[in-house]
Structure formats: structure tokens, C-alpha cells
Design a protein around this ligand. Structure first.
Ligand code: HEC
Ligand SMILES: [Cu+2]
Length: 359
């Protein structure tokens, strides 16, 4: 007798705990959604899929909201029925040794739960197909900016074929005024392995695959810095393969383009450092416009100092970081494909002084 009460008591506590767990889980959903929707740190401090600022990202957000609403409704209906059944038909003292009523099939119910889900899936399919079509088949206006983005282990190369610009890691594009749209169309390529281009606030995620050009576009609605990240594991330093997009006003973009189109500054004061650069392996991997350096394995350094970060966002572009980077890239980005160059202090200082003139 005593044993039996103990078992029922245990079962009772099990049930209370189970119910409490369900309540906690349900309460967690709006909490998590609230966390995601807030934007700590102000202006685009974190990439955020909940605050689209460009047409493709906006279409994707709207579709996700729609799908979430429908699946959320299904979740609520199914869980309400489940909780109802669990409570209403729970084991009671009087019914412990009786079998529940045995029901064999119901054509109406079976038809309903076959046809309704099919309709829901068709609606979700059509809504998704519509957005995919609108994003992928958008016509390219004559005013579009064309850029080729090439993924490298572990940095980004950006080429503006129409403007004759080559740069790295920090993409500059103009803001797009709906009255006179200047969207940016990107051709996506890879120099080695599979990468993925993702700036959540501006567009969806698209892979960069060797020998298989992909494309995407974005038309940012406001200026500012937007952050992104390589979204496909591509090797050791995949995590430090960040993307920085500067959406500029038409005036700022024009000024940036003119500055980038100039050849590298040749400052006689840093001739010693330039000599170090041009007589070591640097030039096999890096290009500096208007000099003997035309390597393509690493980022173009012609306008290195116009970038706020180095090594794909791994460090700020300061004198100390440049020095450290050349001496020991692994200190900033372990596994990066730039070798430690083993220079003596004198050469290193001269070299950094030279790099600092590459405005
Ligand atoms: C074997 C090829 C190779 C050699 C040689 C090489 N680099 Fe690099 N370098 C790279 C690669 C690859 C990166 C990109 C690393 C990353 O971000 O993952 C890089 C990045 C850099 C960067 C950061 C650029 C940016 O905008 O992020 C600087 C500056 C740089 N190298 C300077 C030098 C200098 C100076 C030398 C010569 C002393 C040199 N490199 C030699 C391959 C090389
Ligand atoms: Cu990558």
C-alpha cells in the first residue's frame, strides 16, 4: 500500500515538472524573438536579419514573417490539442485498469488532416516561388553598378570592371534612391574553395563556387556601414573572413571611386621601405598600382590605407597592427595564408612607413 502511494506521488511530480517545462518553453519563444529584434550597440553593430535595408533582404524578411505566422498558428493549434488531450484523458484513480474507448478511423477527420496540410504546403510553396522569382529575375537597370566579388581563403577581392578598380574586404557601393535606382549587381566567383557571401541586412546568402559564377544584387535604402561574414566553412580562418560594406551617398561614392582610380602615391621619403617591399616576396602576392608589384594571391595594396581594417576585418588598420601583421600574421589571424616574412626591425619599420603612404 505504502509503495503504491509513493509511485502515484512520483508520477504526480513528474507531471507537474513536465507541465512547468512546457510553460517555460512557451514563455521562452517571445523572449528569444525579443532578443533577436533588438539591436544592441546602435548603428548596425551586429549583422541583423530582422532589420532589412534593401529590397531583396526586405522580401526575404516578409516571406519569413509570413511562414513564421502560418507555422506559428499550426504550432499553437497542435499544442493546444495535445495539452487538452493530455489533461482530459489522463489516467485517473477510477480508470486505471480500463482500456480507453477504441476508435477505428473517421473518413471526415482523415480527409481534413490530409487536405488542409496540402493546401498549406501549396500556399507556402507559391509564396516562396514568388519571392525567389522577384529576387533572382530582377532586371538590371542601365544605372546599376557592376562588381565581381571573388572569395579567397580567407579574404574578399572586389573588382569594379566598369570603373577599373580592384580592392579588398571593404566594399563601397552607392545608396539607391527609389526614384533613380542605382542597385549593385554582384558576380560571385571563388579562387579556391566554396565561400558564401552574406550581408544579412542587404541581401540573402549566396555561395561563391569555383568555376560556377553566381550572382546577386542589393539596393541599400540608406547609407552606413553594414557587416557580413563568409557563411560557408572554407578552412581554418573562415571565422575571420568578415565583410564590411560601406553604403555611400552618391557624392561620397564618386569621391571614393576617383581616389581608388589613382595609381599608388610614390613618396620619395619612404623609398627605403618601398625597396624592401619590391625586393622581397611581397610583390609575388600583392599588387600596388603603378609599381612592379602585380601579385594576385593576396589583397591589392594600392590604396591599403583607405581601408579601416586589415585581414578581412580581423584587426583595425593601425600602424602597430600592420607591423604585427607583417611580422607574424598568425598573431592576428592564425592559419591565414600570408607567411611570416622574417624581416629585421629596420626593414620592418621602413616597410610599414611605406605601406602607411598608400592612401
Ligand atoms: C605567399 C603570398 C604572400 C606573401 C609573400 C605576402 N603576402 Fe601579404 N597577404 C597574403 C594574403 C593571402 C593575405 C590575406 C590574408 C587574410 O586576410 O587572410 C595578405 C594580407 C596582407 C595585408 C593585409 C591587407 C588587407 O587589406 O587586409 C598586408 C598589409 C600585407 N599582406 C602585406 C604584405 C607585405 C608587406 C609582404 C612582404 C613583406 C607580404 N604581404 C607578403 C599573401 C602574401
Ligand atoms: Cu570563406
Amino acid at each position: 500500500m505504502k509503495q503504491m502511494t509513493e509511485t502515484t506521488q512520483k508520477a504526480h511530480w513528474g507531471m507537474v515538472l513536465g507541465r512547468a517545462a512546457i510553460v517555460v518553453l512557451l514563455a521562452g519563444i517571445p523572449f528569444a524573438a525579443g532578443l533577436c529584434a533588438t539591436n544592441p550597440g546602435g548603428d548596425n553593430a551586429v549583422p541583423n536579419i530582422f532589420q532589412p535595408q534593401s529590397t531583396p533582404a526586405d522580401s526575404i524578411k516578409q516571406l519569413s514573417d509570413f511562414v513564421l505566422a502560418i507555422t506559428g498558428m499550426i504550432f499553437v493549434v497542435v499544442f493546444s490539442l495535445l495539452i487538452y488531450a493530455v489533461i482530459k484523458f489522463r489516467q485517473r484513480a477510477g480508470t486505471a485498469d480500463r482500456e480507453p474507448a477504441q476508435v477505428y478511423g473517421s473518413t471526415q477527420i482523415e480527409l481534413a488532416w490530409t487536405i488542409i496540410p496540402i493546401l498549406i504546403v501549396v500556399v507556402l510553396f507559391l509564396a516562396t516561388a514568388r519571392v525567389i522569382h522577384a529576387v533572382q529575375d530582377a532586371p538590371k537597370p542601365a544605372t546599376a553598378i557592376e562588381i565581381t566579388a571573388i572569395g579567397h581563403q580567407y579574404w574578399w577581392e572586389f573588382r569594379y570592371p566598369g570603373l577599373g578598380i580592384v580592392t579588398a574586404n571593404e566594399l563601397h557601393i552607392p545608396v539607391s534612391d527609389p526614384a533613380l535606382p542605382t542597385p549593385t549587381f554582384l558576380k560571385l566567383l571563388s579562387a579556391d574553395t566554396d565561400h558564401s557571401f552574406w550581408i544579412p541586412q542587404l541581401a540573402g546568402k549566396t555561395d561563391l563556387i569555383p568555376n560556377h559564377p553566381n550572382s546577386m544584387w542589393m539596393d541599400p535604402h540608406r547609407t552606413g556601414i553594414f557587416l557580413g561574414q563568409c557563411a560557408q566553412y572554407c578552412g581554418t580562418q573562415h571565422a575571420k573572413m568578415l565583410l564590411r560594406v560601406s553604403v555611400d551617398s552618391p557624392k561620397d561614392f564618386g569621391a571614393w571611386v576617383r581616389a581608388q582610380q589613382k595609381p599608388a602615391i610614390q613618396d620619395e621619403k619612404v623609398i627605403a621601405g618601398r625597396r624592401v617591399f619590391e625586393t622581397t616576396a611581397c610583390i609575388n602576392c600583392h599588387a600596388v598600382g603603378g609599381s612592379a608589384a602585380n601579385g594576385r594571391f593576396g589583397p591589392d595594396l594600392t590604396h591599403l590605407m583607405s581601408r579601416e581594417t586589415i585581414a578581412s576585418g580581423a584587426a583595425e588598420n593601425t600602424k602597430e597592427n600592420l607591423r604585427l601583421w607583417i611580422q607574424k600574421p598568425d598573431a592576428i589571424k592564425p592559419g591565414s595564408l600570408m607567411p611570416a616574412m622574417q624581416l629585421n626591425d629596420e626593414d620592418l619599420d621602413a616597410l610599414v612607413n611605406y605601406l602607411e603612404t598608400l592612401q
